[in-house]
Design a protein around this ligand. Structure first.
Ligand code: H2B
Length: 100
């Protein structure tokens, strides 16, 4: 079943590290920095495993110790509970790996 799109302003109140992504689609974004590439990639591995389990995938890029993440639900054309779940997991994984 299609996920319901949630109100961006409302969600962002619960996700202080995330912001509304620039561009023409509703999406949330967070930039993360880790100690080094190894830690950044460990973070990405954790998120990738969840993404496969959820069948819900981040749009992201990595340069050395930095990871840029954008979350949106393509099928719904906006941000849904799936993105919220992933954003919370990302926040936890980042903290666990000393990222910010
Ligand atoms: N990821 C995200 N972010 N949005 C989607 O709508 C989505 C996805 N759809 N991963 C999934 C895969 C879909 O393409 C497959 C066929 O289930």
């Amino acid at each position: 079943m299609a996920q319901a799109v949630v109100d961006l302003t409302e969600i962002l109140k619960d996700l202080p590290r995330w912001s509304s992504a620039p561009g023409d689609r509703p999406a949330i974004a967070r930039s993360l920095t880790f100690a080094d590439f190894n830690t950044a990639f460990a973070f990405m591995t954790r998120v990738a495993l969840l993404a496969e389990k959820m069948d819900h995938h981040p749009e992201w890029s990595n340069v050395y110790n930095r990871v840029e993440v954008l979350l949106t639900t393509h099928d719904a054309g906006g941000v849904t509970e799936l993105d919220l779940k992933m954003a919370r997991f990302i926040d936890e994984a980042a903290t666990a790996l000393g990222g910010n």
